[in-house]
Design a protein around this ligand. Structure first.
Ligand code: HXC
Length: 261
């Protein structure tokens, strides 16, 4: 399917979703947020063909430079809430995919862009990328999850500093504070993301999907409940063919052929 504001390509089990409005530095307007959600539905409905999803931005300059300021300027509170819900709906789909998601952050990653990247399972970033939540410089607060997901990534102190100052940090600092999981040369960014995606896609989709599910769902539970949740997920994997295959392959000293069943 063709989308106006994003590109979705799949190759050998790895799909790439590219936010594609380079003239506006890939700013997220409502049409783009809708396309992201629709593209994620395609990914979800093609678990046989797509094992890992990479999300990146078009052009050399930006991953996503935020929500679209020209669209937001004249919005009333009801329209603002609608835009926020549209983003939450699309970003929530990222977390709810069984497929593992990697943000390959190729440049400016600001506002709604950092909120998008924070919704992915991990972030590999170009050493030229810049990160920030500049909303207060526009007289608003983050509205696509930034006060919550960024805080869960970096802790309250750093999240408050980034959100209250609105200033940008570079890739090394993003790595130090836990936003970036890996830093790469710009020319090697997609290769690095693909390398990790390739390792992940060899593993069973059910086990990978359950792992991200239990990590996300139990993250804010008290430890005893979270551990109990893990036990339940762990036990469920013993209902899968992948568990039998994975352990049989080990004992037969061969590579497992997971079917995701
Ligand atoms: C709309 C944007 C945009 C944005 C850039 N552009 N960011 N348009 N929304 N968020 C447009 C510019 O207007 C310009 O269009 C073109 O992209 C190129 O950008 P320049 O500013 O000319 O580039 P440069 O001077 O290199 O500066 C890059 C930049 C700057 C530092 C990233 O563009 C910038 O500060 N952008 C805004 C970043 C921001 O505040 N984001 C947070 C948005 S609020 P023309 O037509 O002039 O070529 C947000 C809230 C989310 O995300 C949740 C709320 C509900």
């Amino acid at each position: 399917k063709d989308f106006e504001n994003v590109l979705l390509e799949a190759n050998d089990g790895i799909a790439t979703l590219t936010i594609n409005r380079p003239k506006s530095l890939n700013a997220l307007n409502s049409a783009t947020l809708t396309d992201i959600g629709d593209a994620l539905d395609v990914v979800k409905n093609n678990e046989d063909a797509i094992k890992v999803l990479i999300i990146t931005g078009s052009g050399e300059k930006a991953f996503v430079a935020g929500a679209d300021i020209s669209q937001m300027r004249d919005m009333n509170p009801i329209e603002a809430a609608e835009l926020s819900k549209l983003a939450h709906n699309s970003f929530g789909k990222i977390e709810n995919l069984k497929q593992f998601t990697i943000a390959a952050v190729n440049g400016y990653c600001l506002g709604g862009g950092l909120e998008l990247a924070s919704s992915c399972d991990m972030r590999i970033v170009s050493n030229k990328a810049k990160f920030g939540q500049p909303e207060v410089t526009l007289g608003i607060v983050p509205g696509f999850g930034g006060t919550q997901r960024l805080t869960r990534l970096v802790g309250r102190g750093k999240a408050k500093e980034m959100i209250a100052t609105g200033t940008m940090i570079n890739a090394d600092e993003a790595h130090r504070v836990g936003i970036a999981d890996e830093v790469a040369e710009p020319a090697e960014l997609i290769d690095k993301a693909t390398e990790i995606a390739t390792t992940i896609k060899r593993n069973g989709l059910i086990a990978v999907g359950m792992a991200k599910y239990v990590i996300d769902r139990a993250a804010d539970l008290p430890l005893d409940l979270a551990i109990d949740f893990e036990t339940q997920m762990w036990a469920q994997t013993f209902a899968t063919e992948d568990q039998t295959e994975g352990m049989t392959a080990f004992l037969e000293k061969r590579h497992a052929k997971f079917t995701g069943k």
